[in-house]
Design a protein around this ligand. Sequence first.
Ligand code: F6P
Length: 548
Amino acid sequence: MALKASNPTTTKTWEKLQAHFETIKSTHLKDLFSTDAKRADDLTVKWEDFYADFSKNRITTETVDLLVELANELDLKDAISKYFEGDIINATEGRAVLHTALRAPEDAEVFVDGENVIPGIHEVKRKIETFTNAVVNGDHKGHTGKAITDVVNIGIGGSDLGPAMVVDSLQYYKNQLETHFVSNVDGDHYQEIIKNLNPETTLFVIVSKTFTTQETLSNANSIRAWFLKSLPQEAVAKHFVAVSTNIESVKGFGIAEENIFPMKDWVGGRFSLWSAVGLSISLALGYKHFESLLDGAHKMDTHFKTADFNENIPVIAALLTVWYNNFFQAESEAIIPYTQYLNQFATYLQQGIMESNGKSVDRDGQKVNYQTGTLIWGEPGTNSQHAFFQLIHQGTKLIPTDFIGYVESLYGNKDHHNKLMSNYFAQTEALMNGKTEAEVLTEFEGSTLSEEAIKTLAPFKIFDGNKPTTSLLIQKLTPESLGKLIAMYEHKIFVQGILWNVYSYDQFGVELGKQLAKSILKELEEDDIKANHDASTESLLAFFKKNC
Ligand code: F6P
């Protein structure tokens, strides 16, 4: 059954939220804390190894109750059932959305077109496990009898960002294989990666759901041509494998059926790292760690499906986005992990969140008259503190920020970890409290500056505070806890899409540019082809052609 479609802004609860917003919009977080001793407790959810503190947000328990009422009025519960049960919730592409089934246990049942998809999922997982073990143990040899030392993932978008982010984030758990990622059609990208590789000991994993993506096919073709300069055609079987739904095209590329790891069309690219798209993750970390990642995600799925909305981490996180985006008119959200390991996390989420909810047509096909998808950005702390935190603290924009921190570090250097985490705690406190004029003036006491100079300088040193943050404190970065974290954001995306009444699982917005690039490519390659362009594009093309 299809998802229901209602404009959230015409609901009864929206009106109530608007009225509530008027009463709370100017209240300072400091006052919310000083008038409610239970606030921190009431607005924190403790679940497994996650401590999710929402209390430094510009909300009260009444706000959460109203947002939950909105979710109920918009039938979120029913939508969640449809999501997990394989209904065609990606209606514009006529597909179910079942990344959650990929991490479900073997005895689960999820039906698509009358067929339980779980046995097929576990069959592919066993294939991934067997292949991973053979490569990692050195049983799978290259054409010349040498063990594999390097794995190159060739893919883009969801066929790159998820595996690349997970492998980088969990590098502490890595085995001896070196893993590389080629994504950009920029020829310099693949050249830089292959320049130090030995084809005899390298395994190439071509990942493309459609196997039609220009970037991936160009890189795969160029890399295969480079490979064939030193090894014969029959060596391809030992060195190239592929992940795709498009088995015929993969075979056409020259990859044997036994080297194809299939995936299904009900897995969206940006949610596909749990499928065979995660093969590079399994190879880099070993299958057991890949499985722990999936187990973690499954635990978050269960939390999301069963917890009351007031105690549900992804639901509250999504409701807060709606609160800031649609009532405070905040345009972006920052995601700041206090671990260098999650260096690629915000980049990964940019695709997940912005490709999903960057939509302006609702589920009835009408233009929306309210804001949808937020801009996502971020970098690890403490580096980001020395880069863009100035704007979050003293700029003119409201930027709700997620702070992700870990109780334990992986190598256990207490001195560094305490320094890192003192910043994690201090930043959210500083963003909330700010610094008043009186506090600034007190700081000047005993200074050699004249009264006049102090008066001139003071305004620049005042921080308004009242900047909202969410603190996610997780015990330790492990494959399981990362699985939970990624799944948390996946469900947040789903809830946002439901509330904004958009289809989160198509991505037609990336098509137009691709189509135009195809025709411009012909113009670049052949002198006698000329299309009509605007004057700007015309001149740019002429300049490029003349000087290249
Ligand atoms: O950017 C558009 C997109 O379709 C993404 O959604 C997808 O992850 C990426 O291209 C790669 O697609 P494919 O896996 O089919 O090569």
